[in-house]
Design a protein around this ligand. Sequence first.
Ligand code: SUG
Length: 435
Amino acid sequence: MTHTEYNFDGLIGPTHNYAGLSFGNLASASNAGAASNPREAALQGLAKMRAAMALGLGQGFLPPQDRPHLKTLRALGFSGTDKQIIDKAGKAEPQLLANCYAASCMWTANAATVAPSPDTADGKVHFTAANLAANFHRSIEAETTARVLAHIFNSDKYFVHHPPLPGAMHFGDEGAANHGRLAPEHGAPGVHLFVYGEDGARFPARQKLRASQAVARGHLLAPENTVFVQQSAAALDAGAFHNDVLGVANGTVLFLHEQSFADREAAFSAIRKAAPYVEIIEAPAAQISLEDAVQSYLFNSQLVTLPGGEAALIMPIESEENPRVKAFLDQTVARNNPINRVIFKNVRESMRNGGGPACLRLRVVLSDEEVAAADPHFILDEAKIVNLETWVTTHYRDRLTPDDLRDPSLMDESFAAMQALTDSLDLGAFYDFQQ
Ligand code: SUG
């Protein structure tokens, strides 16, 4: 059976904006209040998807969610017509309105944790939608994300869907952003690397160990194929609010910063024991500071296995622009290791909210039969990308500031866009605003 790596990118929604909602995410904080360009953001995301397809990789997407999320505003006591709700919330609680307007579901690395079928005791692909309990604007995504995944991967024969973990921050779970899979090849049983945090001196940890353990349990992973590693407090406090800001794993390669883990030696020995084939490619702190790594998002790259077997990195252009990072990358490619290619993409609109190329995708390894069982509307080809680009240019604004969120016509435009999208994807009355 052939297994292929698919990346499901988040299609960036029409309300993409900079509201400074994520404590511990330095880019989100420093761009708070700036004007965003939702149209450019979505087109940048689609261009990245096209680049991955050009490399011969499978590419899918997850649709944006309905924002403003009126259901949440109603649950929090705002009443009246849709327009009255926006008006009242904008006057009384502008920050709450911004939370309900966030397009943050674009970062699908946080949508869920996935275990491919070669790894699970029942031979099915398991999904656990992340509860994203650490931030209010992100926690709103969980229920709809679970619905989206169940819709796209809708077959009891091949797929198992677990609801977001209960218990809020007691089981705080941020999905695949703190998880990686190592395997000699995609179709062989893999080793799951779960990275959790403990609160730092500056910033709180989002991913709890007990949450990672619960996901591993639910996914029926063999204990010898799971490794749980603590992120270093230095990394968290330097702005690595998810582990994928400082490291990425795929295939036989673990690519990371020297200061990623609390106990580097113990972590490496546990990983090598479970996955003896692993090649660890590390950036020494003396060459790349934590500050450079967080600014350039060097490790928030998509580490992908190309059809010929070599590994490539799809990286943010911020990494090309940082001379120390660029020098390190040149050395890495020149050395004898599986990483032979680096492709730089401009996803600046997303980067300004702390989301690099790897944040924008959920990696799902699927067999041919499993791909055939997935909803083809969400598996991309060139024609479908062109349709999505036309949809974006038809419906999206090219400038949005936090003040614009109070403008009820933004809600109308956003819902009109979502209506057109659900029509084209045969989704029916899928979103809360359509009920
Ligand atoms: O959760 N930013 C996201 C970025 C997520 C990046 N994902 C990964 N590292 N995998 C977050 O902090 C900012 C929204 C705002 O401030 O308007 C935001 O939600």
